[in-house]
Design a protein around this ligand. Structure first.
Ligand code: ZN
Length: 654
């Protein structure tokens, strides 16, 4: 456990709140302390209000902020005087608590204060830090966790048994803390939940957190429970149909498609003889459950998982304080001996978050098991958090999902021109996109987890095979295929057309697309919403140009191939349509020389040539890409085998 405090870095943060921001980010930077919105921090500050009265405020982490990236605006200032009165109440419902926190926050634009606000308020220290440190959870989540915690920490922490976070936990701590805290107390361990530290300065509170977690790490090391079993990668041949089939089954049960990521480094855990006993208990800390569900599915029996989930809901819902509506019963995690860990979410980012949470959980579980026995909370305790309205509200904030949420597209020729614009148009509509291109620039086309760029020669069978395996492992399948890669190879009359130039154009524009269609067909068939193919054809199909024999013939054959695919694949629910762009000059095909030569061929200036269409307009890559994306969407749900021009109107075509 590394102390990341750095005096020079800290000097850039001014005032009590500034340093609160700094050490919150330090906690957030260490994934073994907090993950994805987990944990929270606060600082108590006395400051004058607008009428000049001094007021004690608790600046506490706002909901929706991640500690790693938090700013001053991410802390909500709440009146201390009111918070310490609230904790004396016998009971406070969630809606009441939310209301009291919101109405006693002194900045209208502040985020909703953390659900642990009252708990932060009652701890008599200026700075309070709270994490879900893996090492501490590895100790608390064991059969005799409390004895072990007391052995490690003695009187340096107050130990609080598990209670649901929120008002009940704050109330219990308000009772226990003053009774049990002594001179040497520097923190508080919440069984099966996490750890608090506190201090008079940001540095002191942070340093104590690091010290407390280090003590747990040392204890694990002393008990030979720190070093994890070696990861097991590789193994097995092609898995892409198994992955896509599993994703389709899960989507059917969920009622919507999800991105599925495969993490083969978890195979060692998935292959443990005791994996069922270890994995079917519950999460390491309760707030993971809203993203991960209580347990992963073991193997591929989705119906069995859903039935078990319904049973869990029916057993626990009647015990809840208010009536509950069941969430979808589909898993968000799968443990499989061949695949390792597969995680699911409505976006690639969500699936990646689930993976982060569970890969850490596996470490906690394996260390707890090495200590003796992993023991999670009861299913009722987990249920209460999964169906806690304040937790579900965090997910609802993301609003209505975009049109291609949970769907996966593959675009060829993705590094430039129409392909690059297609990637952007599909990502903008919420799809996860696999981009293929010969150009290495394809690898870094988009930041973030929703894009996977793979350098690939689409005419090389082995390279396509590897790209499909990688792409499907990254996102779970292929729902939309945009066949865009192609070469122009034009400007040569038939009398001078060499065999090798003809062959090369056919290889790239036709043969490679046949292979891609054939290889992607089984994946498209498994698409939860039905597969879609958009072929980028050319105006040269309906209206060929002289000197364009190879290009025109290759695109005409490709169009015919697409029409046959539309016929053959209709029964599989796969739609195949063709776009015929013309004169899209912002693409890799059109160098200045080619443009000048074609303009000269038609006895026009370059400017005239750019707009030589009925509408006298320019057609850009983006125009083609937007239509390609729409053709994959609901607007064209009843259209297959169609050919649509995107050419500004061409007299020879009309
Ligand atoms: Zn917590």
């Amino acid at each position: 456990m590394k102390n990341l405090w750095n005096d020079a870095e800290a000097a850039a943060f001014k005032g009590d709140l500034g340093l609160r921001v700094y050490t919150s980010r330090l906690l957030g930077r260490d994934k073994s302390l907090v993950l994805h919105g987990g944990g929270n921090t606060s600082v108590k500050i006395r400051e004058p209000n607008v009428v000049g009265e001094e007021e004690d405020l608790l600046y506490v982490k706002g909901s929706g902020w991640d500690l790693e990236f938090i700013e001053e605006a991410g802390f909500a200032p709440v009146r201390m005087a009111h918070l310490v009165k609230l904790v004396r109440l016998e009971a406070l419902s969630d809606p009441q608590m939310v209301n009291e926190l919101a109405t006693h926050t002194t900045r209208a634009a502040a985020p909703a204060p953390s659900v642990e606000t009252i708990l932060h308020a009652i701890l008599p220290h200026k700075y309070v830090d709270h994490t879900h440190a893996d090492a501490v959870l590895s100790v608390t989540n064991t059969a005799d966790g409390e004895r072990r915690v007391r052995e490690i920490y003695g009187d340096s922490v107050v130990v609080i048994p598990y209670v649901m976070p929120g008002f009940d936990l704050a109330r219990l701590c308000a009772e226990r803390f003053p009774a049990e805290a002594g001179k040497r107390t520097i923190g508080m361990v919440l069984m099966n939940h996490g750890v608090f530290s506190f201090g008079a300065s940001a540095n002191e509170s942070y340093e104590r957190m690091i010290r407390l977690v280090q003590m747990a790490e040392d204890y694990l090391a002393r008990n030979k429970a720190w070093t994890l079993p070696a990861a097991r990668n590789g193994g097995g041949g092609s898995q892409r149909l198994k992955i896509a089939g599993l994703r389709r089954d899960i989507a059917r049960t969920a009622g919507f498609p999800m991105v599925m990521q495969v993490h083969r480094n978890a195979r060692a855990f998935a292959c443990r003889a005791d994996v069922a006993q270890l994995s079917q208990q519950g999460p390491a800390t309760p707030d993971h459950v809203i993203r991960t569900k209580r347990v992963p599915m073991l193997g591929g029996d989705v119906a069995g998982f859903a039935a078990a989930y319904r049973g869990y809901f029916e057993r626990n819902a009647p015990l809840a304080r208010e009536p509950k509506t069941m969430l979808d019963p589909a898993p968000r995690m799968v443990l499989d001996r061949e695949l390792g860990l597969a995680t699911l979410g409505r976006s690639a980012k969500d699936a990646a978050v689930v993976a982060d949470l569970y890969l850490h959980t596996i470490e906690v579980i394996e260390r707890s098991a090495a200590l003796g026995e992993y023991k999670a909370l009861s299913e009722k305790d987990i249920f209460d958090v999964e169906y806690w309205d304040l937790e579900q509200a965090k997910l609802r904030k993301s609003g209505r999902p975009p049109v291609f949420a949970g769907e996966v597209a593959l675009v060829t020729g993705a590094a430039s021109g129409i392909g690059k614009a297609c990637v952007a148009a599909l990502i903008a509509r919420g799809a996860a996109v696999i981009g293929l291109d010969l150009d290495a620039a394809v690898e870094d086309l988009h930041p973030g987890s929703g894009y996977c760029g793979i350098r690939c020669d689409v005419t090389a069978k082995d390279a396509v095979e590897i790209a499909l395996e990688c792409g499907v492992a990254a996102f779970g399948g292929v729902d939309m295929l945009v066949l865009n890669a192609g070469i122009f190879g034009g400007g040569t009359p038939i009398s001078q057309l060499r065999d090798d130039a003809w062959r090369r154009t056919m290889d790239i524009n036709l043969d490679a697309n046949l292979a891609l269609l054939r290889e992607c067909h089984p994946l498209l068939r498994l698409s939860p919403n039905g597969g879609r193919v958009v072929v980028i054809g050319s105006k040269n199909v309906p209206a060929p140009g002289p000197g364009m024999a190879a290009y025109s013939a290759s695109k005409a054959a490709l169009t015919q191939l697409a029409r046959v695919a539309a016929l053959e694949w209709g029964a599989d629910g796969i739609r195949v349509n063709v776009l015929h762009p013309d004169a899209v000059f912002d693409t890799g095909l059109w160098s200045d020389e080619v443009l000048a030569a074609r303009a000269a061929h038609y006895e026009m200036s370059v400017e005239q040539y750019r707009r030589r269409n009925v509408l006298r307009t320019e057609v850009a890559s983006r125009d083609v890409a937007e239509l390609a994306a729409e053709m994959c969407g609901p607007l064209f749900a009843r259209t297959t085998g169609a050919q649509l021009p995107v050419d500004g109107g061409n007299e020879r075509v009309i």
